[in-house]
Design a protein around this ligand. Structure first.
Ligand SMILES: *Cc1c(COP(=O)(O)O)cnc(C)c1O
Length: 356
């Protein structure tokens, strides 16, 4: 158990309009901070008023991107309770990110305690309008002032919180996706399986290209042959072909999404065959679309939960999926997961963690 010191703000901010939150625009009154010093380990866990950081310009995070992050949400139920969704999974994933980036790991219980404590202190910031939530962003930065390339000897772990609006302001609408055949996101042996800022910096060029061409997201192919489908922007991607549900295996280049994992469990409970071990080529996907066998495509991630894909564009060809309408499985997963998260469905899987 961490002994978290709590210093509350004396100047609370005005809360934003819950119906116009958007994503990542507002921050709560407090933040969680914990330091790491070589020889001492992680220490001084505390809640402080939200404030700007003061860092040496030589801090290693700025130069060599030794940085990790996570993303999860706190949900308010109709009864006014506040709950998290599988936060220990975020804690476990942060550990694998830290291991890959040579950052000292944080015990999963400490991670969950840090997140819960911030949500408790900023409980009034968890919005209650339909579809809204408090988005939580835990992250770690290398703080040692040093320009040699090596792991930092000091770090700061922080958690900030941002009240966020319903992802789909106008309901669950299928998105148009550009299949990227030039840039790649991840290669074997690299960092595709962890959440680090560098992956996103490298993905922006592909994202901008897709936007300019009128697509909302990029579907990444594997980094070697540009042949197999991997994931979509900040979502894992599922394909339903002839009744079988396929998604890219998480073997080094694909981020192991907690929403992905939860969807696979639910689908198997419902009796679907899910193949998350065999790679799926973009050619197979396009061929299935041409012959009417591509039944559904959807992305999964904490932000959108489940996002239906209505169109895929690949090398001059457009595949239209399900006539641009939402598939049955996509809708069922969305309704079930959001039902569990916002507490309108019973949590039979034991995925929900209440915040006191
Ligand atoms: C965070 C993330 C996901 C989704 O993971 P969840 O745990 O479901 O939110 C998928 N792909 C990438 C690249 C991500 O960063």
């Amino acid at each position: 158990m961490l002994d978290i010191k709590i210093q509350k703000t004396t100047t609370p901010k005005a809360k934003p309009d819950e119906n116009r939150l958007g994503f990542g625009n507002y921050y709560t009154d407090h933040m969680f901070v914990m330091d790491y010093t070589e020889g001492q380990g992680w220490h001084s866990p505390r809640i402080e008023p939200y404030h700007a950081l003061s860092l040496d310009p030589a801090a290693m995070v700025f130069h060599y991107a030794q940085e990790s992050f996570e993303g999860l949400k706190a949900y308010r139920t109709k009864e006014g309770k506040v709950q998290l969704f599988r936060p220990e999974k975020n804690g476990e994933r942060l550990q694998s990110t830290h291991e890959r980036l040579c950052i000292p790991t944080i015990p999963v219980e400490d991670f969950v305690q840090a997140v819960k404590t911030l949500v408790e202190v900023d409980r009034d910031w968890v919005p209650s309008a339909e579809g809204t939530s408090l988005y939580l962003r835990p992250f770690t930065i290398a703080t040692e002032a040093h320009l040699g390339v090596k792991p930092s000897d000091s770090y700061q772990f922080l958690v900030i919180a941002s009240p966020s609006g319903a992802y789909y302001e106008e309901g669950l609408n299928p998105v148009k996706i550009y299949v990227e055949d030039e840039y790649v996101r991840a290669t074997p042996g690299g960092t595709g399986f962890i959440k680090c800022g560098g992956n996103y910096a490298a993905s922006l060029a592909g994202q901008m290209k897709a936007h300019e061409m009128g697509y909302s997201q990029v579907l990444w192919l594997d980094g070697i042959e540009r042949k197999y489908v991997e994931e979509v922007g900040s979502m894992n991607c599922f394909f339903k072909i002839d009744g079988v549900i396929r998604t890219a295996p998480c073997v080094g280049t694909v981020l192991p999404g907690i929403t992905r994992m939860s969807c696979i469990e639910l689908l198997r409970d419902w009796g679907y065959t899910v193949d998350c071990e065999t790679r799926l080529s973009i050619e197979e996907v396009m061929q299935a679309a041409r012959t009417g066998h591509l039944e559904e495509v959807f992305g999964t991630g904490t932000a959108a939960v489940v996002s239906p894909v209505g169109q895929l564009y690949y090398e001059g060809e457009t595949a239209v999926i399900g006539g641009g309408k939402i598939g049955e499985v996509t809708q069922r997963l969305y309704d079930t997961l959001t039902g569990i998260q916002w507490g309108t469905l019973a949590d039979e899987k034991g995925w929900v963690v209440p915040v006191e």
